[in-house]
Design a protein around this ligand. Sequence first.
Ligand code: GMT
Length: 382
Amino acid sequence: MKIGITCYPTYGGSGAVATELGIALAGRGHEVHFISYRQPFRLPSFLPRVFFHEVQVGQQYPLFEYPPYDLALAVQMHEVVKAHGLEVLHCHYAIPHATSAWIAREMLRAEGRDVAVVTTLHGTDITLVGQDPSFHAITKFSIEKSDRITAVSEYLRAETFNAFHCTGCRVGVIPNFIDPTIYDRERYRDADGLPFAKMRKVLMHISNFRAVKRVRDIVRIFAKVAAEVPSVLVMVGDGPERPAAEEEARALGVENSVFFLGKIEEVAPLLAGADLFLLPTSSESFGLSALEAMASGVPVVGSDSGGLPEVVTNGRTGLLYPAGDVESMAAGALSILTEPGRQATMGAAGAADARKRFSLDTIVSQYEALYRSAIDQPSDAH
Ligand code: GMT
């Protein structure tokens, strides 16, 4: 197939999933065209059958206080579909990608051509941004007009119905995935790893440091663990709440044991050196970073909200508590790190479960089947 993929190219789970999906599809012989305002962060500069088309928002006319990226994206989609004969446009994150795809398809239809539109909902496009009154109606419209809609968890599927009361949207669930050959502890066994790894337990968190991640809680949990067990906290990523986490570390007197590494593209080697992953988020549609940790043999301590319980099996591959319950999360973390054999047993269970339920091969096949059905049987909702 000839497939267009549009995603946010910056650090974030939806961009990572979209990019790895595209790479895997090209590996299976499909032609994949990424359409976005920047090369996605996990996309290598050259791969056979993979192309990148940069969206450029043209003239910065003084009238435009807000440059219309959505329109420039629609025009680029329309161009790429025509120039390369794309059969399907796969939009990751509804806003504005699904809207631009709908415009592009209307333009194509006016010229007697067509393209199938598949939209994958990732989370905040439905639970946060899509709820904003300025976006609600257009989000509902755009997803209803997609030929196929998927959500990354059952939780997000239910949230989509609750948020939009849509009769016209049949949302399927295709979960996120990992490449088991990349998230493999054994692969990095001989690497030097983190310098402190052998002396102290390594607790790790990876995210975009937005408010929803509750980064202060991460530092609070760590401070309680560090009071009992020699340990360090490794914070990977960056975002608006990073100063708050740094401030919390100073306030709790643990700043010398908390390492902020900033944005790092390849997290698998880091995860291979971790003992515990923390994700005490207030709402997470899936929690890709938790899955990557599991696949790397790292138990997860996090919140039992959103789609995270669909990824982490409470008591077997990690421990989940109500969001904000720092006390219990710290106690759970300590139990994993100190009870003989518990960390190893949970880590091994996580690695096995990630491979069994979320393996790249299985999930990519599901997307292939979805594209084929969207091309052969377009939705009658438009
Ligand atoms: O957090 C966001 O708003 C960004 C978004 C993204 O683009 O990374 O994250 C969502 O998509 C990921 C990939 O499907 C999921 O693993 C995250 O759980 C989800 N974030 C939230 O629901 C908060």
